[in-house]
Every structure is written in structure tokens, then in C-alpha cells.
Write a protein that binds this ligand. Structure first.
Ligand SMILES: Nc1ncnc2c1ncn2[C@@H]1O[C@H](COP(=O)(O)OP(=O)(O)OP(=O)(O)O)[C@@H](O)[C@H]1O
Ligand SMILES: [Mg+2]
Length: 470
């Protein structure tokens, strides 16, 4: 079977007369996989079970008539293209049917060429529409996925830096623990810059077999080594004009480090097995979760390469150092997974948020995202409470990140509960539009004690003059 066979579009012929089905099959067999059905019920069954691109539907069928079948098919899959088949005298019905979403109609008897042209157009329309829908989804997703959530001063500083650096083509080195959002930031730098319509090419040499790293990065010529049957472009060339994201740079072997240094200095590459230099115009964003300075000191990372990469350093703080951002991140992920899982969850209860805020998050934002998703998959109600959270969250003190102690948890219990109280109060205040009396009511506090807390935390709230308010 060739690739063409696999990709043949599928046509479904629905007609109660065997001979008509047969004549359709004769014409369409060349270019399509043809399925057929003698009546509407069977046609619907087929569409439920198979991939179908286009349906040729007789208007006059026993039991369920063509129009009804059309409506039901469209309800099953709106992108399905349906061509109605009619005798001349029912043309009017066919016109009406087109209002219900049929693609077009043919009258019996038909010319082979006319039928083929029609079916081809229907299939093209369907694949175009699918592509547009897909691209729209990608665009929306890209936009949403690019959003860097964080109000903590460190994150605000980082956001400003991202905006500034995006306008340039300077090399950027992003450091941060695993799951802190390094790749997200790299993508944001690319998408917010003047080259956003050029490729963003991520590459993680540490995840590749050693023998392939060089050819992946720089490409190879045909015959460069056993198995190099064809010339292959490397990631540098694929990123031409755009951004190359070099992930986990700390784990690069020393030979590759040397080559990379040369490429950055000379701004040109040579494919493996090649003799010609190729000019490269690529912005490099590198990321690492190891302390590169330390690897330099230990002699496993070249100092000259380190300085070449570390032109603009961006350090991403771990989640536990900006735990105030947790409720916002949770909201962000709730919105995303409501969309993806088709749910209508309103959010996490204050108690659940408090619990989340007291965890050390060794896996940072990615771990939080996974927990939100996992919990949302399982929960039936509208709110997520402490009981819905994974048990290990409620008992584990949290491991520390690589080489770091969970600094934000080094506080006494009063300090800790004050901090979590503040998170909850802030959130409730936001929800009630800053109205202190309303927030006090929701929180079950006297308005004056809430005001005292607010002034201690230097938080502001508004107090509309309501007659009779105490
Ligand atoms: N500030 C943030 N706002 C919104 N989403 C975030 C934020 N930080 C991280 N994420 C999300 O968390 C997940 C992990 O982020 P990302 O892959 O960028 O982390 P990373 O630092 O590259 O991790 P690793 O070191 O493990 O590769 C992604 O789905 C990302 O969208
Ligand atoms: Mg990453």
C-alpha cells in the first residue's frame, strides 16, 4: 500500500437502489474509498463508526427521507460535506436542502466528469475548513500559552525584561529550576519580537542520543556517515531568521560546546560531512536548570561559551518564592482546562488554595498545572475543595529543588498563617471589587478587624458610603 492509498478521501453513497450505488462506485473508485448504505439509519451508523469526507445522498429514501438524514448527518459532524442526488423534478427540494447545509446537488442521470468535479470540490472545501479551524485553534492556543502569569515584583521585573529583550536579537540565557516556565519565557521573547512570523525551533541536545547531536544541530550532507542517505538540515538552519531555543544547555558535551562556541562567534555553520560554510541569522535563547557558574568552576562547562551565552541573563524564581501568585496561576489553569476538558468548574475554595500555598512545589508551575488538571478531571462539582486534592499534597512537606532549601517555608507558624490569610483576603477583595464591607461579610470578619489587617499588610480596599453601614 502506498502513502496515497492511506490518504484517499472517503465517500459514502446513500441510495436504496443497488444499481445506483454500483454506478456511483464505478465512477468514484479511482480516487476515493467508497462506502455505501441503502438507507438513512445505516448511513448514520457508518458516519459514527468511520472517517467519512463526503456523502452522496439520495433525496428520496424509504423511511427516513434524505432531508432528515442530511440534518442528522450535519448534527453528527458539521464539517461533513453532503451532495444531494435528485431526479429533475425534485430540484426545488434540493435547493431547500442546501439551505440546511448541503454542499451542492446533482441530478440523475449525471455525467461522470460533472460528478467527479463536484466531489473533488466538496473534499477540498472540507479539508480547507479543517485546516482553518485547526490554525485558528493553534493561534488561540499560542496566544493563551504565551501568557506569563505573575504579579509578584520579581515576575513583573521579569516581564519588563522580556518585553525589552524581545525587541533585540541579543542572546539570552534563562536560568531557573525545572518547571518554572523557562520555555514559556523563551517563546514569549520570540513571539513578542519583530521575528515572530519566523520559526521558533526548540532543541534539547541532552534528550538525544550522543551520536546524533551534531547532525541534529548543524545538519549533515548525504553520505556523511553510515545511514546518512540524504542531506538533512540542522536545527540552526531550520531556525533561519527566527529563534533557536537551546534547552538544558548545561548538559552539552565538550566537543559540542566547542562547535557551538564557534557558531556563535562566526555566525556560520558547517553541516557534518560538508565543506561549505553557511551563514546563520538566528537569535539564540538558551536555558538551564543547573548553576552554570558552578559547572564552569568545576570545569565541565567552557567559560568562554558561558560568557557568550550569558549576554542577557533572565533568572526565573521558583514558585515557592512567589507563592502569592499561586491563586492567579490556579485560575489561569482552571480556565484552560475548563476549555480543554469541557467543564464548568468555578475554581478552588479558599481552603484548597491555602493548602496549595503551603506546599513547597519542587516541580514548580508545571507541578501545579499537573495537579490542577488531574484534580479537574476527577471532580464533578463546581468547586474544588481540600478533599479533592491529592493526598500527598496535604501531608508531604515537599522536597527541595536542586541544591536549594525551600526558603519560603522557613518561617514560624504565625508568619505562615498570616501570609496565607493575606492571600485569601486579597482574593476575596478582588472578587468583590475591593468593597471592604462586602469582603468582611464573605470572610466572616468584623469590618474593623479586616481594616486593621489591611492596613498592616498595606493593602487598600474601597468603602462605598452605604447609609446604615456600620
Ligand atoms: N508564569 C507562568 N504563567 C503561566 N503558565 C506558566 C508559567 N510558568 C510556567 N507555566 C506553565 O508551566 C509549564 C512548564 O513550563 P515550562 O515548560 O516553560 O518550564 P521549564 O522551566 O522549561 O521546565 P523544565 O526545566 O522542566 O524544562 C508550561 O505548561 C507553562 O505553560
Ligand atoms: Mg523546559
Amino acid at each position: 500500500m502506498s502513502a496515497d492509498d492511506v490518504l484517499r478521501p472517503v465517500a459514502l453513497v446513500v441510495d436504496d437502489e443497488e444499481s445506483v450505488r454500483e454506478s456511483f462506485r464505478l465512477v468514484l473508485d479511482q480516487d476515493y474509498d467508497v462506502l455505501d448504505a441503502p438507507d438513512g439509519a445505516r448511513a448514520l451508523e457508518i458516519v459514527r463508526a468511520h472517517h467519512v469526507d463526503v456523502v452522496l445522498l439520495d433525496i428520496r429514501l424509504p423511511e427516513m427521507d434524505g432531508i432528515e438524514v442530511l440534518e442528522r448527518l450535519k448534527a453528527l459532524d458539521d464539517s461533513l460535506e453532503v451532495i444531494l442526488v435528485t431526479a429533475v423534478k425534485t430540484v426545488r427540494t434540493a435547493v431547500a436542502a442546501m439551505k440546511l447545509g448541503a454542499f451542492d446537488y446533482v441530478t440523475k442521470p449525471f455525467e461522470d466528469e460533472e460528478l467527479l468535479a463536484l466531489v473533488r470540490r466538496a473534499v477540498e472545501k472540507r479539508s480547507l475548513e479543517r485546516e482553518v479551524t485547526f490554525l485558528r485553534g493553534e493561534l488561540a492556543r499560542r496566544h493563551d500559552r504565551d501568557e506569563i502569569i505573575g504579579e509578584h515584583p520579581e515576575m513583573q521585573k521579569l516581564a519588563r525584561l522580556v518585553t525589552q529583550v524581545a525587541r533585540t536579537t541579543t542572546t539570552v540565557l534563562i536560568t531557573g529550576e525545572s518547571g518554572t516556565g523557562k520555555e514559556l519565557i523563551a517563546r514569549a521573547i520570540h513571539h513578542r519580537g519583530p521575528r515572530h512570523d519566523k520559526p521558533f525551533v526548540p532543541v534539547n541536545p541532552a534528550a538525544m542520543p550522543e551520536a546524533l547531536v551534531e547532525s541534529e544541530l548543524f545538519g549533515h550532507e548525504k553520505g556523511a556517515f553510515t545511514g546518512a542517505h540524504q542531506r538533512k538540515l540542522g536545527r540552526f538552519e531550520l531556525a533561519q531568521g527566527g529563534t533557536l531555543f537551546l534547552d538544558e544547555i548545561g548538559l552539552l558535551r565538550s566537543e559540542v560546546q566547542a562547535k557551538l562556541l564557534r557558531v556563535i562567534q562566526e555566525r556560520e555553520i558547517e553541516r557534518v560531512g560538508g565543506t561549505r560554510s553557511i551563514k546563520i541569522d538566528v537569535r539564540i535563547v538558551a536555558a538551564t536548570n543547573t548553576d552554570l557558574k558552578r559547572t564552569v568552576a568545576a570545569g565541565t562547562f567552557r567559560e568562554d561559551l558561558y560568557y557568550r551565552l550569558n549576554v542577557v541573563p533572565i533568572a526565573v524564581p521558583p514558585l515557592r518564592a512567589r507563592i502569592e501568585d499561586l491563586p492567579r496561576l490556579v485560575d489561569h489553569f482552571v480556565r484552560r482546562y475548563n476549555h480543554e476538558l469541557n467543564k464548568h468548574i468555578q475554581g478552588f475554595t479558599p481552603e484548597a488554595l491555602t493548602l496549595l500555598a503551603s506546599y513547597a512545589w519542587p516541580g514548580n508551575v508545571r507541578e501545579l498545572q499537573n495537579i490542577v488538571e488531574r484534580t479537574m478531571v476527577l471532580v464533578e462539582g463546581l468547586f474544588i475543595g481540600p478533599a479533592d486534592l491529592p493526598l500527598d499534597l496535604t501531608v508531604a512537606p515537599g522536597r527541595s529543588g536542586p541544591g536549594q532549601a525551600p526558603e519560603s517555608l522557613r518561617m514560624d507558624l504565625n508568619q505562615a498563617s498570616d501570609r496565607f490569610e493575606r492571600i485569601i483576603v486579597q482574593r476575596v477583595l478582588e472578587e468583590v471589587g475591593g468593597n471592604v464591607s462586602e469582603a468582611a461579610r464573605v470572610l466572616g470578619l468584623h469590618r474593623n478587624s479586616l481594616k486593621m489587617k489591611l492596613s498592616r499588610w498595606k493593602l487598600a480596599g474601597s468603602e462605598p458610603e452605604v447609609p446604615g453601614a456600620q
